[in-house]
Ligand binder design. Sequence first.
Ligand SMILES: Nc1ncnc2c1ncn2[C@@H]1O[C@H](COP(=O)(O)OP(=O)(O)OP(=O)(O)O)[C@@H](O)[C@H]1O
Ligand SMILES: [Mg+2]
Length: 239
Amino acid sequence: MIVAENLSKVFTMGENEVRALDGASFTINEGEMVAIMGPSGSGKTTLMSIIGCLDVPTDGRYVLDGEPVESLNESELAQVRGRKIGFVFQQFNLLARTSALENVMLPQLYAGATMKERTERAKKALERVGLGARMDHNPNELSGGQQQRVAIARALVNEPSIILADEPTGALDSKTGVEIMSLFQSLHRDNGQTVILVTHDSYVARHTDRIIRLSDGHIVSDEKNPSPIKAGAARDEEH
Ligand SMILES: Nc1ncnc2c1ncn2[C@@H]1O[C@H](COP(=O)(O)OP(=O)(O)OP(=O)(O)O)[C@@H](O)[C@H]1O
Ligand SMILES: [Mg+2]
């Protein structure tokens, strides 16, 4: 469970201060699927960085699964990140000239695991996202939607309880974007993963159970979406 109390984040640049977050409070329960919306510069990515333990607030409290995150040092934060959080980005952030399988294998923790076990896990994650038949392809041999599926498989490989996605459909056409939302919905439904995604697109947001809106670092609305759009079952693996 994610508990944010009065989160603020101030960036100091020379003499200027930018208040990226300004007293944001909310709770996100395990297994929720939430969209974060708001204009450019409203603090969405800053908030995701704090939720994802990539950064810490300047003020306020962030408690993740009962653990006050502000008290953790860099290496403890990295551990929490690795164990609990999977990240997905707008531009996929895959390594070029590296196969889908290798991209998914890279972030694996399990220091004790054999190469075979790590390979199996990565294959399973790629199958989960419908890319079992594309494992040996490099990113430039995959469509945008397929590249985002590889990135989602990479986010899943350590079995995180929380998936954080910053504009995951932002670089995709709307049909492919809906397919990616369908995949997030099925992860949320089948694995009970908490999914938090940032989007500018209100149609994308309506695929989630709850929409939090930010403006100037404040939460201006936080509403349940009683009837999320069902994007349908995830597309089957291509053969
Ligand atoms: N590392 C940083 N150093 C200085 N200022 C920053 C930093 N990161 C973000 N900011 C500032 O904080 C504010 C919020 O930025 P943030 O990236 O969180 O916005 P956003 O809502 O994600 O915007 P977008 O929709 O354009 O991605 C902006 O004014 C931005 O310029
Ligand atoms: Mg952003």
